[in-house]
Design a protein around this ligand. Structure first.
Ligand SMILES: [Zn+2]
Length: 349
């Protein structure tokens, strides 16, 4: 709790009241759960959640405290623009909890299992990626679950993905500017988007049109990664290259979704060489060709795992035969995680 207050004060602006009251409702209090009221929040502990291992009570407390900023002070319209409160609050929840508990351990760090809040928000978003735009009034969303996944998970995920364009620090400064300018007023989503544009010093309209006003799905795929021997054909090679084994490596990336976003691809070769390629992502596909003495080992889009709006992580990489094991491990992890979290998505309000 004190950690949350310190981060909010450092990053977004001062908490102006003399008091904050946190109540942990007694067991048997039914559906009390976590909830926000002005200068008053309820937490949510569980008998089966030992402190410091599964961090849900900590995350819920952070989340409800964050509402003191976005719901209580900035005070946007919950019905028309729910994402400005629950969504921005879910993003700041990720930032604060990652800072307090570690990026990959901010939700679960228990019995060898680790899971971060970024993954949790993305999991909520993935299931409803094609339903409602953020900019739609909450009462006209397709269903209650699409409202939840879009408002909380998609907003957090789209702001984390935006860090790739403007930088994490710039986005933090933009939230600070938005809070300081609009606290105790009732800003609209256009006020928020304009503030981010101004602080970032760029027109992000291309991103807002897709991520806020649209339902385009972001999905890039490694379609092909192969090396074929080409020195047979190298008859006109200079004398010193004669007899040298050469391979042509073809890498083909594909844009499966309608969401256009710049991506990086990492190409690894079996001599240890690694090349990072940039693609603006605009066309339906992009080819990279190399002629080398070495063969391709693997290709991975978004190697730093920052483009969280990419709906399907499993098609982001291809590995040649010897390296399939690593890819299988990743899919098994995600199957576990999907099943585990499918049960937990309605805990926060
Ligand atoms: Zn909330």
């Amino acid at each position: 709790m004190q950690g949350s207050m310190k981060r909010f004060d450092d990053w977004y602006g001062p908490y102006p009241y003399a008091q904050i009251t946190v109540v942990d409702p007694p067991h048997g209090a039914g559906e009390a759960g976590g909830m926000e009221y002005p200068t008053f929040i309820t937490g949510d502990t569980f008998w089966w959640a030992p402190k410091g291992q599964k961090l849900f009570p900590e995350v819920v407390t952070e989340h409800e405290f964050g509402h003191q900023y976005w719901y209580a002070m900035v005070a946007t319209n919950e019905f028309e623009n729910a994402w400005l409160d629950e969504g921005i609050n879910s993003y700041t929840e990720v930032k604060v909890c990652d800072s307090l508990y570690g990026k990959n351990t901010s939700m679960i760090n228990w019995m060898g299992g680790q899971f971060g809040d970024t993954d949790f928000q993305r999991m909520e978003y993935v299931g409803v990626a094609e339903t409602d735009p953020l900019a739609r009034a909450s009462f006209t969303d397709m269903s209650f679950s699409s409202y939840g996944g879009v408002t909380y998970g998609k907003t957090a995920t789209m702001l984390i993905t935006l860090e790739n364009i403007v930088g994490e620090d710039t986005l933090r400064r933009a939230l600070h500017a938005y809070f300081m300018k609009y606290r105790f007023t009732h800003p609209t989503q256009e006020d928020f988007l304009r503030t981010v544009n101004e602080v970032a010093g760029q027109d992000l309209g291309w991103y807002w049109q897709q991520a806020v006003y649209g339902t385009q799905v972001l999905d890039y795929k490694v379609l092909k990664a192969e090396s074929v021997r080409v020195d047979w054909a190298n008859k006109d090679a200079p004398e010193e290259q004669k007899g040298v084994t050469l391979y042509q490596t073809n890498v083909l990336l594909q844009r499966l979704g309608d969401f256009v976003f710049p991506v990086t691809a990492e190409v690894k070769f079996d001599n240890g060489e690694t090349i990072r390629e940039k693609w603006d992502g605009a066309d339906r596909w992009k080819r990279f060709v190399y002629v080398k003495k070495t063969q391709v080992l693997s290709v991975e889009i978004d190697p730093d795992h920052q483009i969280t709006m990419d709906r399907d992580y499993l098609n982001n990489s291809i590995a040649t035969e010897a390296h399939r094991g690593a890819i299988m491990k990743i899919s098994t992890h995600w199957t576990f995680v999907t099943q585990f979290f499918a049960q937990m998505l309605s805990w926060l309000t």
